[in-house]
Structure formats: C-alpha cells, structure tokens
Design a binder for this molecule. Structure first.
Ligand code: FES
Ligand code: MG
Length: 609
C-alpha cells in the first residue's frame, strides 16, 4: 500500500514551547507592551489570547490558489484539511495569500513573477510570527517560488501539491494539457480540423480542478518536490479531485507541527545529494526542460552548488520509465493509479541510482519511504531494465552560440532522428543554415513568408530570455511553416534563449545562456544565413563564421549601442531586468542569493513600533 506515512524521528532533539519563534511576538516576557500590540489584531477574527500564548506552534499556510490561479484553485478547499491537520497535531494555522503565478494566464510570462512571489514569501515567512509553513504548490512556478523562499528563510517547511486534473478525453482519445494544444494547432494549421473542433478538443483536456495532467512543468516540479524530500511520500501525483488528496492535505498539516518540534528544516533535507536524486528522478519521469532552471535556483538559495553539467553528468544516462505525455502515451491519473512517484523511486532505488539515506519531511529516509513500493501497471511505469527510452536526461550543449543550453533528447522523434542525426559519415552531427527570429512576433508574422526555409533549416528564436522578454518566455519550440507541415515535416531544429513548455515534445535546444540581450553573447551576433553546427557527440553548438567576422560583428553591435529589446512596461519588469541572472544559473537574483538561512543568521526582525 502506497498511502502517505506519518512518523517521528526519535533521533532529533525536540524543541520546547520556549524555543518557538512566534513567542517573540506573542509572549515576549521581556517586552509585554509589544506583545500586547502583536497579539491584539489577531484576536479580531476570534482567536483568543489563551490560544496564541499556549505554546502551540503557529503554522503558516501559503495559499497559492485563487480565481486567477485555476490550476491551484482547489487549494482553497484543501487548505481546510491542512488546517484540521495542524489543529489535530496541536498547532495553530494562519493562512495567507501568495502572489498568483498562473502559467497560461499571466502575460508576458508567468516566469517573470517567480522571483516576485519568492521575494514576497521571504518577507512573509521572516517578518511574521510563523514557526513553520505549509507550501501549497501546483502550477509550474509555484513549487520553485515557494521552496526557494523556504530555503532562504530556513524555517520548517513542507510542500503539498494540489494534484493534476483527471484524464481528458475527446472522442475516446486521451487529451493531455498543453500537449493537445501544440498537436491541435498543427492539425488546425494543416486544415485537418476547424476552429470549433480545435477549441472543443483543447477544452476536453481540462475536465476537472487541478494542474496540467501531462508530465509538464507542474507535474515535474511537484514530483521533484517529493523526490527532494520536501513533501510526504506518494502525495505528488494524486489527482486533485481524488479523496486521497484531502487526506494528504490533512497528513501534511499534522506533519508540519511535528517538524517544528523536531526543528526539521529545509537545510536538513535540501542537501547536494537530494538535488542529485531530483536530477535522476527528472530523467526517469521524462520531466520538463524547465526543471534545471528551477532546481538550480532552489539549490542556489540553499547554498548548494549545482549546474547544467551536473544535469548532464548525473541525469543523461537515466532511462525513461514513465509512459506519460509528452514523452509517452498516458496522463497523470494513469501515473497515479499505476503507483505514482513511489513506484518510480522504487525502480531507481533497486537500480542503485538514488542516494537512499537522505532524510525527508516525514523524518524517514528515501529508502525507508520507497524501497518496497511497486507498480500495478508496467505499461505506465516500466521496470528499470525495460525502459521506454535509454538516456532520457538532458544534454548540456556549449560553443560559440552560447555557454549552456539544454536539450531533452528523449523526445527526439524517429522522423527527426532520421532527417537530422543519422548521416552515415557523421551520426549525431547536423549542419544547416539558420533563420533568426527576434521574438515570437517576428516568427508569427514572417514564418510563412520566408522562402529559404526548407527541411534543413535551423530556426533560432532570440530576445526571449530573462532580460530580453522579460522573464524568459516559452516560445522556442516553433512550428515549421505550413508548406513544410503539408509535406509531412512536423518539426525543425529550434534553438533559443527562451524556454519551451514542459508539455511540448519538441527536442529544441533551449534555455540558452547568455541570452541575446547580453552584449558579447553568440546569440546577439548570429544572422540569418549563418551555418550552425550541432554536434551531439561533442555536445557543442557553433556558428561557423571566422573569428574575425565574429569580432567585427561584436564591434559593430557595440558601436550601435548593444542589443536592443522592448522597453519595460511595469516597475517590476524594470527591477527584474536589472537584477536577474541567466537561465543556466536558475534565473535568480544574485543580490538575493547572498541572504542564506535568514532565520538562523538574523534571528527575528527588530520590533515594528
Ligand atoms: Fe498551470 Fe499547467 S498551466 S499547471
Ligand atoms: Mg508553459
């Protein structure tokens, strides 16, 4: 049985009520005047002085659900069960809203708001009377924003996913979030379906409350939260409407109270080896190309060194075990019913691919949590030695085009491999002339008017990085022009300094760092017509122009004032652009990374009056 487990870890020294952080607000014997001020307003909705001074841990519930965040909206309901769990275990719950980050609703991109939500949560966790926090995650950027903040402040924290939507069906065929949009757009462009059918099909992929039901970025990040040890075992994949989701919420609420008494903090869980486990797990589930960005960001805020070479060196050779779209066939409801993440972890454990002695939020180790789990459906979750694909991890390419860019090779189709990567004299090496697009508008306006694009063209999307866009948009996977689609060419090689949707099955080369908005970058001087060589054996991507030509292009770009990109439209865009680092480094603010384990280093903030 794969039910969530609750245990305590008897090895850890227990805290006493006198140790609680919230006491400095609500029962400071040295400063009773300030205690009166801190406690008074929390009485106005019915809490009592007795409760707030009873020595019970005060637990925050970081609410990310709202009408603006439909993926996480079910958390409004689940938070009630979290609250009951907290009460049952002897804590007091204080729920608060987080800045919404909704992947499909927020323009110009939800990724722009990840660091905003992170910064705001750091202030809340540090500046209010909280002893621990339940992080309600779901939609793509909510997991990283929440866990990055918990890492920075370093108070006991546990994450709870909202869960995926149920399977979608259209005319008895599975329709998966996002993936069905990319496929149907293509069918619509080819004239196979009309617009009404297109909308019908797309709507069918969202049959219930919950986040994307494919292995997109949301399912990925929440699987990795569990693999890292930050959420209770077997809670990542439970579909949002299932009863087990409410039960997991209750168990999570109970557990955080115990974590406060045990002082079990993110720094105890998020060690280097835990990140290595996340990399391995990501490959086995066919996880999103957004994962390296967000996991590298969490590692940075935790003070753990991690980069895209680690992703390739540790993850590349791990096989694909999970048969879920976009890399496979099924959806997340099937994944859960087949045993969920525990069945994957059990396979990885028996193949000796995981660090097994790492502690997780339930006080048990990875091995204790997962060693006897198994799958009920080997078509959905494969045994380690009978995978869907070998080498499911990412390649980290480098060269004169960029210092780092990720490629998810497990989604390379046979058509793509045959056309580009199967030359008998130089397998896995592809050379072609490129066409450069300056942002998605340039692509959409011109893709069907550029005569030179044929099946051997490499399409480059630039101006889509953290600074250029701003926020790094999911626009690198570009559909070939209609004339090629009609000829049966369903994908061209794409390279870009933006991201790609985790629900897309295109083998693009993305997250390229440095981005074209940075002076001196390869992407800032590449021109349509240049020949690009991609060598997957050497893991390189180069512009085949002379050193002199390259230098003279850099020189003239400098003289013309450097790379151009659209003006900021809001104050946050402006601040973000000034502070942000590249996608390879996690797109973090370096000025934020220097604040580590704030609750330990800085105690509590000074009084407010
Ligand atoms: Fe929110 Fe996919 S759009 S989870
Ligand atoms: Mg997306």
């Amino acid at each position: 049985n794969n039910a969530p487990t609750l245990v305590t870890n008897s090895d850890r020294e227990r805290k006493t009520p006198e140790d609680l952080r919230s006491l400095k607000w609500f029962n400071d014997k040295l400063n009773p005047g300030m205690t009166a001020l801190y406690i008074e307003r929390y009485l106005n909705f019915g809490l009592t002085i007795e409760e707030l001074q009873s020595g019970k841990p005060i637990i925050g519930i970081a609410q990310t659900g709202s009408d603006l965040s439909p993926c996480n909206r079910h958390h409004l309901e689940l938070a009630k069960r979290v609250r009951e769990g907290i009460r049952t275990a002897g804590g007091i719950a204080l729920e608060f809203p987080c800045h919404p980050i909704q992947e499909t609703g927020k323009r110009p991109t939800a990724c722009l708001d990840r660091n905003l939500s992170y910064l705001s949560l750091v202030e809340v966790l540090y500046g209010y009377p909280l002893d621990g926090v339940v992080l309600l995650t779901g939609c793509d950027k909510t997991m990283p924003a929440m866990i990055m903040a918990a890492a920075t402040v370093n108070i006991p924290a546990i994450s709870l996913n909202v869960g995926p939507m149920l399977n979608g069906y259209w005319q008895e065929q599975l329709t998966g979030s996002g993936t069905i949009i990319w496929k149907s757009r293509e069918r619509h462009a080819k004239g196979d379906i009309d617009y009404e059918q297109f909308m019908d099909i797309v709507g069918s992929s969202a049959p219930s409350t919950g986040h994307c039901n494919t292995m997109g970025t949301a399912s990925t990040m929440n699987a990795l939260a569990e693999a890292l040890g930050m959420s209770l075992p077997n809670t990542a994949s439970i579909p949002a409407p299932y009863r087990e989701r409410g039960q997991a919420a209750y168990a999570t609420g109970k557990r955080i109270v115990e974590m406060v008494w045990l002082d079990l903090k993110p720094s105890d869980i998020l060690v280097r080896e835990a990140f290595e486990n996340a990399i391995v797990t990501n490959a086995a589930i066919g996880g999103s190309t957004n994962a390296p960005i967000h996991i590298n960001a969490i590692a940075k805020h935790m003070g753990v060194a991690l980069d895209n070479d680690d992703w390739m060196n540790i993850g590349f050779e791990i096989p694909l075990l999970l048969n879920v779209q976009p890399a496979g066939e099924f959806l997340c409801e099937d994944y859960h019913r087949a045993g969920g993440l525990p069945a994957i972890m059990a396979e990885l454990l028996s193949a000796k691919k995981l660090h097994e002695d790492l502690i997780t939020v339930n006080g048990r180790t990875i091995k204790e949590n997962y060693e006897n789990k198994f799958t009920w459906n080997k078509n959905v979750i494969r045994p380690y030695d009978q995978p869907l694909v070998d080498n499911a991890g990412f390649l980290n390419l480098k060269g004169s085009l960029f210092d780092s860019a990720i490629m998810k090779s497990c989604v390379i189709s046979k058509e793509f491999r045959d056309r580009y990567l199967s030359h008998p004299d130089h397998p896995n090496v592809f050379e072609g002339k490129c066409v450069v697009f300056d942002g998605p508008e340039d692509y959409h306006n011109n893709i069907d008017n550029i005569d030179v694009i044929d099946e051997y063209t490499i399409m480059i999307m630039r101006g889509a990085g953290p600074i250029g866009y701003p926020g790094a948009a999911e626009v690198v996977n570009m559909q070939p022009p209609a004339k090629l689609l009609r000829k049966g060419v369903s994908s061209l090689p794409c390279i870009g300094d933006g991201r790609q949707s985790g629900t897309s099955g295109t083998p693009s080369i993305l997250n390229a760092t440095p981005e074209s908005a940075i002076a001196g970058s390869g992407l800032s001087i590449v021109k349509s017509g240049d020949v690009i060589r991609i060598d997957l054996n050497k893991k390189t991507a180069d512009i085949l122009i002379t050193k002199d030509e390259m230098e003279s292009r850099h020189q003239s770009l400098r003289e013309s004032g450097g790379p151009v990109y659209p003006d900021s439209q809001t104050p946050w865009q402006d601040i973000f652009r000034r502070e942000v680092g590249g996608l390879a480094g996690g797109m973090v603010f370096d000025s934020a990374v220097k604040y580590q384990k704030v609750a330990q280093v800085s105690g509590v903030p000074r009084d407010n009056h």
